[in-house]
Design a protein around this ligand. Sequence first.
Ligand code: CMC
Length: 428
Amino acid sequence: MSHTCRIELDGKSHEFPVVKGTENELAIDISTLRDRTGYITLDDGYGNTGSCKSAITYIDGDQGILRYRGIPIEQLAENSSFVETAQLVIWGKLPSPADRDRFSALLTQNQMMHESLRNHFHGFPPNAHPMAILSAMLNAMSCYEPEMMEIDDDQTLERAAARIISKVRTVAAASYKMSVGQPLIYPRTDYKYCENFLHMMFSIPYKDYEPTPEVARALNLFLILHADHEQNCSTSTVRMVASSQANVFASCAAGVCALWGPLHGGANVAVIEMLEFIRQSGMSVADYVSRVKAKDSKLRLMGFGHRVYKNFDPRSKILKMAADQMLAKMNINDPLLEIAGQLEQVALSDPYFIERKLYPNVDFYSGTILRAMGIPVSMFTVMFAMGRLPGWIANWKEIHDDPKSRIYRPRQVYVGNTIQGFVPKHLR
Ligand code: CMC
């Protein structure tokens, strides 16, 4: 196999190196293209663009493979916890018992919000979107951590990562409590990460919520499956912001904003809204699918399709199984689940979806599992953000640690007006 690529431009031949990843992915390194030829490449939506080299997550979209630091997602789902997976994603290896203990202690030390940070919540209207609160609070949080603005060593990064991962959980639960007009619940020191979040979400004064092992496990699973997903929209955003040497809080806050959109993290909300719409309208699932397929329809089957997975999404397989088990165990009979099952059957046997390789993605089932835990729909995307923090921090770290890192600055092909003169106001 050739390790160069020849490009003919204006009768001249130019050679470019081919880069090979550890899983034999091949890429043409065109970083000198513009200097040598005056041309740039155009790749709307970046479907063919490798924006970086990264050692964090490997995805093979055709085979439905997802691995964090080389470990298959199925093995992590079976054996790991979210906190351990976060350490794996950020630092590249499974933590030793000492690493685990140190990081857990840091999470506990950092679980409280600064009391004056709580005042910020009062500036939001009661119906404020929790993603707006989360991104604003992440930036606000950084104002209380001046020593974290510059990170020069691994210990400081570990403390910053623990602060973000621990406090975002507290902020997330607090934003829910504010939205329902209940007092904020303080974290407990004797609970693990997921139990503590459930406690802050569902305890009320004088009545503690006691999370069952099944629910805590399901939450761990949900967060593990969302911990990273290579260069998706929000992670690329984090890297873009990080490349300007912005701090890790600001970079993660930008990631939250990118995740908010319904084509990305907001899809888990859109799935439930779609199922709810079908239920309330009384429309058959087949009719709804016909509406999606209609020519010029802007409607999409939410929770279906993926830019990278063109066979199946391994996360959705794991979540579907977990959702089925959990609902059976909890004896939950959710009418939306019934509709989801029908939708899946219709779509998977319909040529429209088969030809376009549209399969259920992680969001199709995540809503079901979150609903069963009692998490309100308005919090779904926040849950995704909590899960994605390790990936964002790990990607921030890759940029930060790379001595050759340069500010991200894509080019464009300008298609606007050519030069024209300024027209004075009275002549317009
Ligand atoms: N329902 C109906 N048609 C679809 C769908 C869908 N969910 N997704 C793609 N298509 C069609 C699309 O209309 C187009 O058809 P045509 O070739 O006739 O114009 C074709 O499939 C290719 O679509 P695309 O927009 O070029 O695909 P993409 O790779 O740019 O988009 C996607 C990927 C995930 C944004 C898209 O599939 C989608 O909008 N899905 C619904 C939203 C969703 O579930 N998002 C969560 C993604 S997983 C979580 C995450 O990683 O963030």
